[in-house]
Design a protein around this ligand. Structure first.
Ligand SMILES: [Zn+2]
Length: 534
């Protein structure tokens, strides 16, 4: 098939941006790029002179969690039990046995058709045989169905949750209402645990993914389903059913070296192995926490809380061992490190010969607080740095509370990294950051929020060019998949993943980059999103 009459934008392209092309697609790849108009025999589709650009590849996100959130039914507006019952029935059309129902935001104190607060008995009237979990508006209280209660009674670990958080009736039996940490336990252990739940949640996420031009994602989902095999099954079943509109790298979260050796022993697949669309991603390791909670490990105290400087989760020896074991066994590593102390720890582990940092293309996620000595060492080991520019939208004015003044110029130092030839990707950390790559790109280029604050950009010397920003969403993530030469570009022989935009990124004002709209998304030569039809 020929997509005729399109312009092409891709980073660092030699082509004249005014040139019009006819792009030939066959078997999921770009077969050829012809000049336009096309005069051959093949079937053509008119691109109306619009701009196409390589499909976006989001190298750090939590897709299953995002999908689970999308599946949550919002009950905040319900004013009666009857109304809530109807909303649940409508939301989960075709109620199935053993299915989980999840709703959030109810406030039963204001239900006019109920003279008591909701219990498991009431939920029985909604659907007797279902697992129902409803979260109260304040987030600290929930009510679950009788069937879910049965499941909970078999949980040994739930016995450790304080009794005060478990409401009882006069006979001392659980009513189905729980509070605080008991709520967290139930939410973490049950919601989204089956392969079917996961598939449903992922399918709720895909339309949003395609709408924003994403054709590949690297996702860390394990904490939301607890089993890598189930996760693998969910994604590959969707692939086999023809319902997976993206390439996926599935990260494997580990807590300690035992988790890693267990994976290596029980699984043959290593990073980059898998099916056509679903591949083993990196071993994910958390080295520290977050700055907002003062748990990101800093070499200096937090200016707003001089008592705190965060905490490293592991000793240097533990990190070295995990990274060396992964690297020597064909596994790539992705380390969450936000504070400079955690980043230093990551670098030290990556400097080991046994880490095989160059071959495996290990990654550091976030790396938000750098310093000259750290940049020096990064320049030598060259791990991939996974940035989340959209975090800056809500954080630029808080950086001074977390980071000593003299280090502020090294926060989210995107441009310094690129100029030092340290490869960086741009990513969302969905559902935390923005799903829209054009918002991330806008933030990387302008270093302001979407209202343009602060004027001139925060630490403007670290602004990225438009080319570098698009590169971080296309070519660079393909390299960490070991797919350079095959993905991330519009060129002969490359996988035909691309996005049609309503404006050329180099022609729009840089402050307006986030206003570019995705008109169409094409994945492996097939159109998976069309704005006109949605
Ligand atoms: Zn994350």
């Amino acid at each position: 098939m020929i997509l005729d009459n399109v312009r092409i934008y891709q980073p660092f392209d030699q082509r004249n941006s005014d040139e019009i092309y006819a792009v030939e697609l066959r078997d999921g790849v770009f077969q050829a790029i012809h000049s336009s108009p096309y005069h051959g025999e093949k079937e053509t589709v008119d691109g109306n002179g619009k701009v196409i650009t390589p499909g976006f590849n989001d190298s750090h996100m939590h897709l299953l969690r995002y999908g689970l959130l999308k599946k949550e039914l919002d009950l905040t507006e319900t004013e009666s039990f009857k109304e809530m019952k109807e909303m649940i029935e409508n939301h989960y059309r075709g109620l199935e046995e053993n299915q989980w129902f999840f709703g959030k935001g109810f406030n039963d104190a204001q239900f006019d058709d109920l003279d008591h607060l909701l219990t498991a008995k009431d939920l029985h009237k909604i659907q007797a045989d279902a697992y129902i979990f409803l979260l109260h508006e304040d987030g600290h209280e929930c009510v679950i169905s009788e069937k879910a209660l049965e499941l909970l009674k078999q949980e040994e670990d739930f016995k450790k949750e304080p009794d005060v958080f478990k409401e009882k009736d006069e006979q001392g039996r659980w009513t189905g209402r729980f509070k605080d940490t008991a709520v967290h336990y139930i939410k973490r252990h049950f919601w989204g645990r089956s392969v079917e739940d996961a598939k449903r949640a992922l399918q709720a996420a895909f339309p949003h993914i395609s709408q924003h031009g994403l054709t590949s994602v690297h996702t860390d989902d394990l904490n939301f389903i607890k089993s890598y095999d189930k996760l693998w099954q969910a994604y590959t079943e969707l692939e086999n059913e023809g319902n997976l509109p993206i390439d996926v790298q599935l990260h494997h979260y580990i807590f300690d070296i035992e988790d890693l050796t267990r994976y290596l022993k029980d699984h043959k697949l290593r990073t980059g192995d898998g099916t056509k669309q679903v591949k083993v991603g990196a071993v994910k390791i958390f080295l520290d926490g977050t700055q907002r909670l003062h748990t990101a490990a800093m070499r200096n105290p937090y200016p707003e809380n001089p008592e705190a400087s965060g905490t490293l989760i592991y000793s240097q020896e533990q990190v070295n061992e995990m990274v060396a074991e992964a690297g020597s066994n064909g596994m790539q590593v992705a380390m969450h490190a936000i504070g400079d102390k955690a980043i230093e720890q990551a670098i030290q582990a990556l400097e080991q010969k046994e880490a095989y940092t160059n071959e495996r293309r290990h990654r550091i996620i976030h790396a938000q607080t750098l310093a000259p000595d750290l940049i020096d060492r990064l320049r030598k080991v060259k791990p991939y740095i996974e940035t989340q520019p959209s975090f800056l939208l809500g954080e630029w004015d808080k950086k001074g509370k977390w980071t000593p003044k003299e280090l502020l110029p090294f926060c989210d130092a995107f441009n310094s990294l690129v100029r030092d030839h340290i490869p960086i990707t741009l990513s969302s950390d969905l559902p935390i950051g923005s799903i829209n790559p054009l918002i991330s790109i806008n933030t990387a280029v302008n270093r302001t929020d979407l209202e343009g604050n602060p004027e001139g950009g925060w630490m403007p010397q670290e602004k990225l060019t438009v080319d570098d920003s698009f590169n971080g969403f296309t070519s660079v993530p393909a390299e960490i998949e070991y797919q350079e030469g095959k993905k991330g570009k519009i060129d002969r022989g490359y996988q035909a993943d691309f996005v049609m935009l309503d404006q050329h990124p180099k022609e729009i004002q840089e402050e307006e980059l986030h206003k570019i709209n995705v008109l169409q998304t094409w994945y492996r030569g097939e159109k998976v999103y069309d704005r006109k039809q949605s």
